[in-house]
Design a protein around this ligand. Structure first.
Ligand code: SF4
Length: 441
């Protein structure tokens, strides 16, 4: 019998990196989606000098540096501190978890700053679990509807809707000045309600399921109102290649455009990140925007400038087209990088990408997981391949941990099974995938 995957319950930081199969995994924690070209180049330098040169774009829009050696950890931390990307201590770092829509403006920045300040200075709030986080969606075109964090703050005209995950049909509506306090009141109520059941109730969704929204609202002294979000999910067609900058023209960017560049399963090499930083300085506005879609967006003054970046990124083999087959498959790091993995996953992802692109699906197409934990795609995929000690198990329309339809497959047998799945779907005329509705895309 295969051992159950281990639940870590926390995310790596820079002050508390996570031991992985290829060394320490260190997250350069950013609070805002904007990264200057200088910061991006320096992070690439840290990845190259202190780690194995690999950088992952996480589903929480963070950069993770792989293979950091114990002997180089202090240097990596010192260099991140110089970039303003190191929290004051590990307890603070652990609770500073933010996901912000990539082109959110000053109102969202101010909210994040206010929340970060409270979280940094309040010992009670520092008891929040390591995966607990806040999502800020400004309500603009590239929205975060498909992403989940424990507390959401959504721009709704002049107000902010504060929402507990697990009860998204209700909100606490607030003026922008009061929204951070409401979010913090919900976080404190979460801590009160889960007392004595800390291991079991690590996320807001679990507390809402266990006690109900009314109990949470009562503990926070708030009144929820029925709510229907008007925020958007960013489709792939609006992320990759040359796109107009969302929002009204600005003095810095004029009409503006951006170059959307992705990496297969979110994996960049340090030299690729350094190149993107250089391109942002040469042709763009000197910055990169982090996203949870395993892509970086580089704002530019014009569409022509964005096209120059896209052309250079394509020559490097990066993803610049929403029809790129590599976007149809998502793989976790796998072996040897993750100690829990039963097999490598990334090479198989490259091999199976053309098959994945032909799978009809309304959500994630092909998910390749090194074990049943399914870190790379918590949602159901059209096909999930889960590594076991005896080969890959194949799950249809499900998660990596669901019961498989086929067991113990090798790469050629998987190709045959996918071919059969595609043929079956075409005779049934399943609807085509409408463009990346799953966060795994
Ligand atoms: S799903 Fe992948 S990354 Fe997550 S624990 Fe399993 S092997 Fe590791």
């Amino acid at each position: 019998m295969t051992a159950a995957p281990k639940i870590q319950g926390w995310c790596p930081g820079a002050l508390r990196p996570m031991q992985s199969g290829d060394g320490l995994l260190l997250r350069a924690k950013t609070l805002q989606p904007r990264l200057s070209a200088h910061q991006a180049r320096e992070i690439a330098g840290i990845a190259r000098d202190c780690g194995n040169g690999l950088v992952d774009l996480s589903q929480r829009a963070q950069l993770q540096l792989r293979g950091i050696g114990e002997a180089r950890l202090e240097e990596a931390q010192r260099r991140l501190f110089a970039l303003g990307l190191l929290a004051k201590d590990a307890a603070t770092e652990s609770v500073l978890n933010f996901l912000v829509s990539p082109f959110a403006g000053e109102r969202a920045s101010a909210l994040v700053e206010r929340l970060a300040q409270a979280l940094s200075n309040d010992a009670v709030l520092q008891a929040l679990p390591g995966k607990f986080g806040f999502l800020v969606d400004d309500g603009g075109a590239l929205g975060l509807v498909a992403s989940a964090m424990d507390i959401r703050l959504e721009g709704q005209d002049e107000k902010i809707a504060v929402i507990a995950d697990g009860a998204r049909e209700y909100a606490f509506l607030a003026e922008p000045d009061a929204a951070a306090d409401i979010a913090l009141a919900l976080a404190r109520a979460f801590l009160v309600l889960r007392k004595g059941r800390e291991f079991e109730l690590r996320r807001m969704r679990g507390v809402v399921a266990a006690f109900g929204l009314d109990a949470l609202a009562k503990a926070a002294r708030l009144n929820p109102q029925p709510y229907r979000s008007s925020c958007h999910a960013a489709p792939a067609a609006e992320i990759f290649g040359v796109r107009p900058l969302p929002g009204p023209p600005s003095p810095a960017a004029g009409e503006g455009a951006y170059a959307g560049v992705g990496a297969s399963s979110g994996r960049l090499r340090a030299d690729e990140l350094a190149e993107l930083a250089k391109l942002a300085e040469l042709h763009g506005l000197g910055e990169l925007r982090l996203t949870p879609w395993r892509a970086l967006l580089l704002p530019c003054p014009t569409g022509e400038a964005a096209q120059r970046i896209v052309d250079a990124a394509a020559r490097r083999g990066l993803i610049v087209d929403s029809n790129d087959p590599r976007l149809a498959v998502i793989a976790c790091p796998g072996a040897p990088e993750c100690p829990q993995a039963h097999a490598p996953t990334r090479a198989l992802a490259e091999r199976l990408a053309p098959f994945a692109a032909r799978l009809a699906s309304n959500g994630a197409k092909l998910h390749i997981s090194g074990c049943a934990k399914g870190c790379a795609c918590p949602a159901a995929a059209k096909v999930a391949l889960t590594a076991t000690p005896r080969g890959f198990d194949l799950v249809e329309d499900g998660r990596a941990s669901d019961a498989p339809a086929l067991r113990g497959l090798g790469a050629s047998e998987i190709e045959d099974a996918l071919d059969a799945r595609i043929a079956r779907a075409s005779t049934k005329q399943e609807p085509p995938c409408p463009a990346h509705s799953c966060p795994a895309h």
